[in-house]
Design a protein around this ligand. Structure first.
Ligand code: FE
Length: 223
């Protein structure tokens, strides 16, 4: 477990922490099968409506979760003191907005700048900040993303449609069960006139994992 990925793309300091002996999520290999069997049984007995179950998962994946993170990001963009607290102690700053709990107990926020782009991965499993991003997308859990995000982050970003100039440093952060990361994306240009709520609406899950930028639709730019 001490060499499950090359160290060169990792930011200084993180390598030691990640490999300091703590564990990623210990997921029993048959857990998914057990969940599936349980779900089938509940549906068969009429105790659970599969459509309701899908809606619940969808809500966690696409609405509630990422919206929480988006509010954190928007607050950091409009409130420099909050941003400072967020970068210093993310767990506490995120809790200020009422978010926390399972899979988000220990958070760190890393800031994108014109010179640095951050990318989040969990090389061993799928550690992910549920409290601010909801459930991880399928690609985040894929073996291809988990290995290639470390080996060839620029290539992975290119496939997501994000071409980074050579002079932008890419930092890859390996999430664990004990420490989960959130990217603070750059506030888009031409967004000076937008309020916190409007800004939050622009922030996507992918931008907070680091595979996209936050963009502002041309129509929303101040003329
Ligand atoms: Fe993990």
């Amino acid at each position: 477990m001490n060499d499950h990925h090359p160290a060169d793309h990792h930011a200084a300091g993180e390598e030691a922490r990640h490999h300091g002996g703590h564990e990623h999520q210990a997921v029993p290999s048959d857990l998914a099968l057990r969940v599936k069997a349980l779900e089938s049984l509940l549906v068969d007995k009429g105790l659970v409506d599969p459509a309701a179950l899908d809606a619940l998962v969808d809500m966690y994946e696409r609405k509630v979760g990422p919206r929480n993170g988006a509010r954190v990001v928007a607050r950091a963009w409009v409130d420099p003191a909050y941003k400072e607290r967020l970068l210093r102690d993310a767990t506490a700053a995120i809790a200020e907005l009422g978010y926390g709990g399972a899979q988000g107990e220990h958070m760190r926020v890393v800031e994108n700048t014109p010179a640095v782009h951050n990318l989040i991965v969990c090389t061993l499993c799928s550690c992910y900040p549920w409290s601010v991003l909801g459930l991880p997308p399928v690609w985040y859990k894929s073996a291809a993303y988990r290995s290639r995000a470390v080996i060839d982050p620029r290539g992975v970003l290119r496939e997501f449609g994000l071409e980074l100039p050579d002079d932008v440093e890419v930092r890859v952060w390996d999430s664990t069960a004990e420490l989960r990361y959130l990217v603070l994306p750059e506030r888009p240009a031409h967004s000076e006139h937008l309020g916190e709520e409007e800004l939050a609406a622009l922030v996507t899950r992918d931008a907070m994992v680091g595979v996209a930028r936050v963009t502002i639709p041309p129509g929303a730019r101040r003329p």
